[in-house]
Design a protein around this ligand. Structure first.
Ligand code: HPA
Length: 246
């Protein structure tokens, strides 16, 4: 399989890519976050896209998710791996925890969330019972295992609108809803991949305890988030290199 990798906060480039070449892609839905980068990782072809743009210029609600997924599909990838930075809602999900989510709850509003709208488009209701692809999740789990990395094999990702972080009460509500993780970019990315028939999985990297969690008297520190993400991405890069070889 040839994979598209969508890098989130802290993963705007895959420096390990060899023979990298950029491709500007236009889609019927507008422009993706940035040009796609084609290259090889350990001899395996892949396509990389920085979700927030190469200079991290797009906030979660400004991302053209439709253009991103369409562009990747257009390049002929067979699947998509999304690297997603998240807050940990479960008490044991502290900074540096790696999780393979298996469910999503969507709290976003006003995002363009389907390709099936507008003149001439049929009304389509895709099945989304299991939002993440099991085969891709299995490969990610195996890559982590091969490297001796611990990766939590399941979790519920709650997607908020952002760009602000959540209140402590919102996180308590999300916890009651069954969310284990909170991020801002998981939707509609996952459902758009499903609509185009692209197997999709996410590798969630916990950067911080969500608001009111951990040491609950403290505010969420953006400096601490940046540091945790930087450290975790070294491990994520190794997992991705192993993943594409499997
Ligand atoms: N909330 C939402 N998105 C995030 C967080 C958070 O606490 N940390 C990293 N992405």
């Amino acid at each position: 399989m040839k994979f598209g990798i969508i890098g989130g906060s802290g993963l705007a480039r895959l420096a390990e890519l060899r023979d990298a070449r950029r491709q500007v892609v236009r889609t019927p839905w507008g422009d993706p976050s940035c040009p796609l980068t084609h290259g090889t990782l350990d001899g395996v072809d892949l396509v990389f896209l920085a979700r927030h743009g190469y200079g991290h210029t797009l906030a979660p609600h400004e991302i053209n998710y439709r253009a991103n997924i369409w562009a990747l599909k257009q390049t002929g990838v067979d699947g998509v791996v999304s690297v997603a930075t998240v807050g940990g809602i479960r008490d044991d999900f502290g900074p540096g925890t790696l999780v393979l989510p298996d469910q999503i709850i969507d709290y976003t509003t006003g995002r363009c969330c389907t390709f099936f709208e507008g003149p001439g488009q049929p009304v389509v209701h895709v099945d989304f019972t299991w939002p993440y692809d099991d085969q891709v999740r299995g490969l990610l789990a195996r890559a982590a295992q091969d490297l001796g990395e611990t990766m939590v094999p399941s979790g519920v990702y709650g997607c908020t609108q952002g760009p602000r972080l959540e209140t402590a009460a919102e996180i308590r509500m999300m916890e009651r809803d069954g969310c284990d993780l909170v991020g801002m970019t998981g939707m509609p990315e996952a459902v758009l991949a499903r609509e185009l028939g692209l197997p999709y999985a996410a590798l969630a990297v916990v950067a911080n305890h969500a608001a009111g969690k951990g040491d609950s008297s403290r505010e969420v520190s953006l400096d601490a988030i940046t540091l945790a993400v930087e450290q975790a991405m070294v491990r994520v890069r190794a997992i991705l290199s192993e993943f594409v070889r499997l």
